[in-house]
Write a protein that binds this ligand. Structure first.
Ligand code: BES
Ligand code: MG
Ligand code: ZN
Length: 501
């Protein structure tokens, strides 16, 4: 187990020494010419490696020179940023993820990065944030359930820059630390197996994490949930011996009169499908069915630490979807908090049922906006794979705010269609609604159409289906483990929330 600690120093690399020096390399626009290393002395020392194209400057390329004994450092690592023309914050984030792996391969525990060589000054704040995020996200590990080496290894990463005197760079550094720590917190909730992450444990984790912040967190038990007439949540929970929870997190960073930003997240701590049981293959992955909930919990923690000048409330309905003698049966009809009835034609379409009550409750808060995140449909994975998170909204203003937020965070989002045709497909035979579509295909859009029935028509609302992106991003992101949780949407949701300040 290793823990990464990142420090910002108002010093040039030339005034520091230590174990490992990290400098940046950039590809030459003219491919026949050697790459550049942005630190002059290192560039001189490694001129042969540049001439021989050992160092090419390709984005994400990390080349280690072990025991180089250079400028008071034992080792040197060059980190490729690609060509200047294509440099973005995401390129930096991905390069930082690659660097983190190289650091651990080198088994070095004291690293000093030539931050002055990262970029021209105007982008330094944004790129410093991306660098911090990439390092910190990539440094996340989840191995506490393995017996064996329990000693925690600390890796110190020092970022050295004369420009660190700049307030904007310092603020960006702090923001990077907070966002990645909160995304890592969300990942930890997701990676924790179902037996150790029940609805009540999820609630306790949210309460514990909020200690020392200005967040007010409460978790309603089954009795209270019954009193609040949340028939969707109760109907799913009745098949499990674990009690459901309804988690409420509140943040007040603006005048009381300011309408809050509301977040809703699916907190299904394990989904076996219920009576309409899932096949065995990959069912273990359904411990990740609370990743939408984890994302909004992580978002609220970040919002409070960043002290955003907004009001925000998050709601996470939490339950298991299991099978026992009292489980909901196909054909059963339940009633949501707003009085709308639904027939359960497939007990595996449970996410929409627990979200229905939460969306009704969120609507009652008269919010400026409601945003939900849920691992809602397998169809989303078919449509967009693990690359983009599909989002559904009929509000043009909100759509552009979301796209702006995604452009800043680097998390890829894609607007999906949601129309009256999808709503029609969700009409019930014996109740107002059916929980599955009467038509084939467009399973993510019809699920979104179902959710829409529980949001007040005049409230801007967007639904994010993170089924493809909440875990198992494969080798797409250097700063995420290939199989584990990704913490997706925490960074985008915070960027979105900022637009309501
Ligand atoms: N949690 C699943 C969705 C899911 C499946 C996410 C696979 C990620 C990977 C959800 O509760 C579910 O089972 N949805 C059903 C809906 C269907 C029965 C209409 C699905 O997508 O198969
Ligand atoms: Mg299901
Ligand atoms: Zn589910």
């Amino acid at each position: 187990m290793s823990v990464i600690q990142i420090h910002l120093h108002k010093k040039s690399i030339n005034d520091l020494n230590g174990q490992t020096l990290v400098v940046f390399s950039k590809a030459n626009a003219d491919k026949t010419k050697p790459a550049k290393i942005t630190h002059a002395e290192t560039s001189k020392a490694l001129d042969e490696a540049l001439a021989d194209k050992v160092v090419t400057g390709a984005a994400g390329e990390c080349i280690s020179f072990r025991e180089a004994r250079f400028l008071g450092f034992r080792n040197v690592i060059t980190v490729g940023l690609g060509s200047d023309a294509k440099l973005t914050a995401e390129v930096v984030r991905q390069a930082a993820g690659a660097l983190c792996k190289e650091i651990s391969a080198l088994k070095t525990q004291e690293v000093t990065v030539d931050l002055d060589g990262l970029t021209a000054k105007k982008d330094l704040a944004a790129y410093t944030q991306a660098l911090v995020e990439g390092l910190h996200l990539a440094g996340y590990t989840f191995d506490q359930l393995k017996s064996g080496e329990k000693k925690e290894k600390v890796v110190n990463i020092h970022l050295a820059s004369q420009a660190a005197k700049d307030k904007a760079v310092q603020a960006a550094f702090n923001q990077g630390i907070i966002l990645s720590a909160c995304a890592n917190f969300a990942k930890r909730l997701g990676d924790t197996p179902g037996n150790l992450m029940t609805p009540s444990i999820l609630a306790d984790e949210a309460i514990k994490a909020a200690k020392g912040t200005s967040l007010k967190v409460s978790a309603w038990d089954k009795k209270r949930i019954e009193k609040e007439r949340m028939g969707g949540l109760l109907g799913v929970a009745q098949g499990s011996s674990q009690e459901p929870r309804f988690i409420v997190m509140e943040y007040n960073g603006a005048a009381k009169s300011k309408a809050p930003v509301c977040f809703v997240g699916k907190g299904l701590t394990f989904d076996c499908g219920g009576i309409s049981i899932k096949p065995g293959a990959k069912m273990e992955e359904m411990k990740y069915d609370m990743c939408g909930g984890a994302a909004v919990i992580g978002t609220m923690l970040a919002i409070s630490q960043l002290k955003l000048k907004i009001n925000a409330i998050a709601f996470v309905p939490a339950t298991e979807n299991l099978v026992n003698g009292s489980a909901t049966k196909p054909g059963d009809v339940h009633t949501a908090r707003n009085g709308k009835t639904f027939e359960i034609n497939n007990t595996d379409a449970e996410g929409r049922l627990i979200l229905s009550d939460a969306l009704v409750y969120a609507s009652e808060q008269k919010p400026a906006v409601i945003v939900d995140a849920a691992t809602l449909t397998g169809a989303m994975v078919v449509a967009l794979g693990n690359v983009h998170t599909g989002f559904f909204t009929r509000n043009a203003g909100l759509k552009s705010k979301i796209e702006k937020a995604g452009a800043v965070s680097g998390e890829l989002v894609w607007n999906m269609p949601l129309t009256d045709a999808h709503v029609k497909d969700m009409k019930g035979t014996f109740a107002d609604l059916s929980n599955i579509s009467s038509a084939g295909g467009a399973g993510s859009a019809t699920a979104a159409a179902f959710l829409e029935q529980f949001v007040d028509a005049d409230i801007p609302w967007a639904h994010f289906d993170v089924a493809g992106t909440a875990w198992a991003c494969g080798n797409r992101l250097s700063y995420c483990s290939p199989k584990g949780a990704t913490g997706v949407m925490v960074r985008t949701f915070v960027e979105l929330a900022k637009q309501y300040a």
